[in-house]
Design a protein around this ligand. Structure first.
Ligand SMILES: C=Cc1ccc(O)cc1
Length: 176
């Protein structure tokens, strides 16, 4: 699949591994919303739906996504899907680095805890993680598909997705 316009990017589901080994799964749900699941790294096990984000086309086939989270974590992602790479910078507040396990949850059910924690613990100095990643999977899930990110990550999940065992031809989950 060749990407050019923002519409080519929206509705795409990605899995990628950062050069530091962290594996992430991320879905451009629509022009202002993202869902994601974290499979490896400091906050593996965390998953989030309906995070509001800014999503733009920078130039043909290059897309920038930015958002700020209830935890106080800021994220900037640059996707170059035609080259199977992306670059992400995560700006973690100090408290997430000190207590990553607090953020390992289905965040939508713990928004109050995230907002309490960001007040209770320290913000600075922030922990910056700027990394390139190799895209290991791309799927045309279509926009506003609630099945893409719909359960907690499990060991082997990204292998199942890459092997075509997780979604059917309509991009619905095979087993629920
Ligand atoms: C903190 C969230 C987050 C989501 C996707 C990604 O690639 C990096 C960070």
């Amino acid at each position: 699949m060749e990407f050019k316009e923002l519409d080519d990017f929206l509705g795409t589901h990605f899995i990628y591994t950062y050069d530091n080994g962290w594996e992430y799964e991320w879905y451009a749900k629509n022009d202002h919303t993202v869902d994601y699941r974290i499979h490896g790294g400091m906050v593996a096990g965390r998953w989030v739906k309906d995070q509001e984000a800014n999503i733009v086309k920078l130039t043909d086939g290059v897309f920038k996504v930015t958002w700020t989270e209830p935890t106080g974590t800021d994220v900037a992602l640059d996707f170059m899907p035609n080259e199977n790479i992306m670059h992400g910078t995560i700006f973690f507040p100090k408290w997430v680095q000190d207590h990553p396990s607090i953020t390992v949850c289905f965040q939508n059910e713990y928004i109050d805890l995230m907002e309490e924690s960001r007040e209770k613990y320290e913000t600075y100095p922030k922990y910056l993680v700027p990394e390139f990643a190799k895209i290991t999977y791309m799927g045309k899930a279509g926009q506003d598909n609630e099945e893409v990110i719909a359960e907690a990550p499990y060991k082997g999940m990204t292998d199942d997705i890459r092997a075509g065992k997780y979604f059917d031809a309509d991009y619905k989950r095979v087993k629920k």
